[in-house]
Design a protein around this ligand. Structure first.
Ligand SMILES: Cc1cc2nc3c(=O)[nH]c(=O)nc-3n(C[C@H](O)[C@H](O)[C@H](O)COP(=O)(O)O)c2cc1C
Length: 185
């Protein structure tokens, strides 16, 4: 698939199954990620790659984060939270490690990591790997950030779920760039 085709047809894969990406494919995704634009060359992106049993550690974090907000959560709710870490063969956690008090503001550093995630999404699509960008409460929890090895100032940008699409890819929405063009007032 050529890049323009990938750019104009990419869709997410919400349901994923084994096998996950190979080591060489993961390396390609990460190489694409670190070619994202980055104001000031601060290199704010950090990636935690979790496959197989390593995802249980992420399940621990998901359960801890649930219990922080709902200490009385029952066993079933806890299992549901833990199982979010097992929804895909591989999960890449993308975090913006923010350089504070810098002329490049935090929002630009976060966008650079967002661009790196999109590079990964596109590379995955081009390689035939299903991918889904997720965030949710786990992206903003200081507890989760700490358990991932980061500080409250840092920002989880994405949990990128990767694997083999478990169903056929959805069709593209009927949209045109013209829908989003505005004229200067
Ligand atoms: C920053 C960001 C966070 C997202 N978080 C979630 C999420 O937590 N759960 C979810 O279902 N979709 C989430 N999405 C949206 C999906 O990844 C996906 O883009 C959306 O369902 C549209 O599908 P498409 O990518 O095939 O157009 C997020 C997207 C972005 C850019």
């Amino acid at each position: 698939m050529d890049t323009i085709t990938a750019l104009t047809t990419r869709v997410s894969s919400p349901r994923l199954q084994e096998p996950g990406p190979s080591d060489s494919q993961l390396d390609l995704l990460l190489q694409a990620a670190i070619r994202a634009p980055d104001h000031g060359l601060l290199r704010p992106w950090r990636f935690i790659v979790l496959s197989g049993d390593q995802r249980e550690r992420l399940g621990d974090i998901m359960e801890a984060q649930l219990l922080e907000g709902q200490p009385e959560a029952d066993q079933r709710t806890r299992e549901i939270a833990r199982n979010k870490a097992l929804r895909a063969p591989t999960i890449i956690v993308a975090v913006a490690e923010i350089t504070e008090n810098h002329k490049i503001p935090a929002w630009e550093q976060m966008l650079a990591v967002g661009a790196s995630v999109q590079n990964m999404m596109l590379a995955a699509y081009e390689l035939g790997i299903g991918a889904m960008w997720r965030t949710g409460a786990m992206a903003n929890s200081d507890l989760a950030k700490g358990m991932l090895g980061f500080q409250p100032k840092d920002q989880v940008i994405a949990y990128v779920y990767l694997g083999t699409p478990a169903s056929s890819l959805k069709s593209l929405p009927d949209e045109s760039p013209a829908d989003f063009i505005r004229e200067l007032p």
